[in-house]
Write a protein that binds this ligand. Sequence first.
Ligand code: NI
Length: 208
Amino acid sequence: MSAKTAARSAAKQPRPGPPAYAVIGLLVALLLLGTGAFLWLSGEAGGPVVGGPFALVDGNGHTVTDGDFRGKYLLVYFGYTYCPDVCPTTLNAVADALDRLGRKADRLQPLFITVDPRRDTPAVIKQYTASFTPRLLGLTGTATQIAAVAKEYRVYYAEHRTGPGPEDYSVDHSSILYLMGPDGRFIAPIRADGTGAEIAADISKLVS
Ligand code: NI
C-alpha cells in the first residue's frame, strides 16, 4: 500500500467519537471556568481590579470621563446598537429595573458603552439609548478609547464578518453589568440575563 492509499483508507475509517467521560469532563471544566470567571470578576478570588479611568464621548459629542460620575453609583454595560438580541433585551431589563428601584435609581447612572465605535457615532448612540430610557447614557469614542475602557473592564469583543460589505459585520461581546461605587471602585458584577425585577433586587442590595 502506498502512503497515499494508506492516507485515503485511513480517512475513510469512521472516526470514533470522544468517550462519554471526556465529554462530561469538558462540560464540568467549562462550568467551573464560568463560575471562576464570575468569582474572579467579583473580586472574591482576589483577582485584579475591574474598571478604571476613561475618557469617552457622549451623544452630544462632549468628552465624558469617569471622574464626572464621582458621588454616583454606575451601572456599566458594553454592547452595540446593531446588536440583534442580547443588548436590547438587557437594556429593556435595565430600564425596567430602574423604574422598580424608585428613589435608589437617582443614585445610579447607567452607562452603555459601545464596542462598535465605527457605526455607533454620538448621534446613533444617543437615539438608541433614548429609546430605552432617558436615564441611560450612551458613550462612544475612538477605537483606541473603546479598546482601553474595554480592557479595564475585562470586556471581550470581536468583529465577525457577515457579508462582503464594509457594514456587514456583527460584534460578539461579553454581557455583564458592572456596578461601580460612588468612589469609582468596582462593587460587583450584576447578571445581565436577569429580568428587570431580578436586576433591581441585585442592585438594591448593594446600593445604599
Ligand atoms: Ni449585544
